[in-house]
Design a protein. Structure first.
Length: 394
């Protein structure tokens, strides 16, 4: 068993390395011969900035010094364009550090420079290291596997799912094979579920129970998402930046189908968690009581699932609600009547997201309990038959 688990860890590590080096096909989409580096603001010119209440528009001119790389110590002028949108604009003062994109001519003179946001990469790196170290110290070898599954999930989404959503399918031999985003989302979730289930649960009946329980629950969630998205008449443009995506050169993207896929993708982590809880409990019960019948085993797994469902559904609600708290505050401040409030497209989309995800979560416990009972007891009967045949032959 340990040998099989080690093989899974090695294979998944190799998959992570392969995914890291696989190009997405969008690396060269910005045809610019520019350099990106960390810079420090030395002085600021705000003469052409126009302020209207809290909104600033215009161009901020910054004198900056490059702090790293080949051009370290070089001073340059960079431009910060303020569009009046608080969610994307950033304002700089002296001593701020920012990410700078600039071009240099063959003589080593900077032609143009633009700031690309306050410099945050070092803090992001520190946060990632702290998370990884604490996970490894706290969970040991299980933490290693959890970290590996986390990295694999990030790479699968960024290197596979997102590029395929953008292209609308897979390009083979210069021909694009169109894949429905819902099908694509299910494939990605199936791969992630299989990898995480066998990595954490081991190549065992526990891992198989987790895999089947999770995927069947997510499949049901996907079907519910398709049905209720149609009933609610929801379109994918309710999600942030979806409209900007269409205008950025991707008018072919099916926003509604991607929205449907996002419903079960968002709930997949909680679904796997619940399925693993039930599968692990059933595995422990079977080890302590090998003579337990299938019906009792399923009922025990279901009782464990019931205990977890109560907190899991609330967890899912809180995870979703945190993402649109400002929207709720805005709508409340406008004193919109309850029926109009609940009927708004963007609110209906979030209700669909939360309730469909929770419905899928509720069904995972019985699905996993039934699946686990079948796997453990059918496999046991098959093993008994094989032993009887071998004994008879001897």
């Amino acid at each position: 068993m340990e040998k099989k688990n080690s093989v899974i860890v090695i294979l998944l590590t190799l998959c992570c390395l392969a995914l890291y080096w696989i190009p997405t096909g969008h690396e060269g989409s910005r045809q610019t011969n520019t350099t990106i580096a960390r810079g420090k603001v030395l002085s600021v010119k705000d003469e052409v900035i126009h302020t209207a209440m809290i909104i600033k528009t215009g161009t901020q001119l910054l004198q900056m010094e490059i702090m790293e790389g080949q051009w370290k110590g070089l001073q340059m002028e960079a431009t910060n364009l303020l569009t009046g949108k608080l969610e994307v604009d950033e304002y700089y003062v002296v001593a701020d550090e920012a990410l700078v994109e600039f071009s240099v001519n063959p003589q080593g003179e900077i032609l143009a420079g633009y700031v690309r946001g306050h410099y945050r990469l070092h803090y992001e790196l520190v946060l990632a290291i702290v998370f990884s170290v604490l996970l490894l110290v706290t969970a040991g070898w299980t933490g290693v596997k959890a970290l590996l599954s986390f990295v694999f999930s990030v790479l699968m989404i960024w290197k596979c799912m997102v590029p395929l959503f953008l292209r609308g399918g897979i390009s083979i031999g210069g021909r694009l094979w169109v894949i429905d985003p819902v099908i694509l989302g299910l494939i990605v979730v199936a791969i992630l579920t299989a990898a995480i289930s066998f990595l954490v649960g081991g190549v065992s009946r526990k891992g198989l129970t987790t895999l089947l329980g999770s995927f069947l629950g997510l499949l049901l969630t996907g079907m519910l998402a398709i049905y209720y998205t149609k009933c609610f008449k929801i379109h994918g443009a309710v999600q942030p930046f979806s409209e900007m995506l269409l205008y950025s050169g991707h008018p072919h993207v099916d926003l509604t189908r991607i929205f449907i896929a996002s419903v079960f993708i968002a709930s997949s982590g909680a679904v796997m968690d619940l399925s693993m809880d039930v599968a692990a409990a059933m595995d422990e019960i079977k080890m302590k009581n090998p003579d337990m019948c299938m019906k009792e085993h399923m009922e025990s797994g279901l009782r464990v699932g019931r205990a977890v469902i109560g907190t899991m559904t609330t967890t899912l609600f809180l995870a979703y609600s945190g993402g649109y708290i400002f929207l709720l505050m805005y709508l409340m401040s406008m004193q919109i009547p309850g029926p109009i409030f609940l009927n708004k497209t963007i609110i209906a989309a979030e209700i669909l997201n939360t309730l469909v995800g929770s419905l899928g979560l509720v069904t995972v416990a019985p699905i996993t309990a039934i699946t686990g009972g079948i796997i453990y007891h059918v496999a046991e009967k098959q093993s008994d038959k094989e032993e009887a045949v071998m004994h008879h032959a001897a």
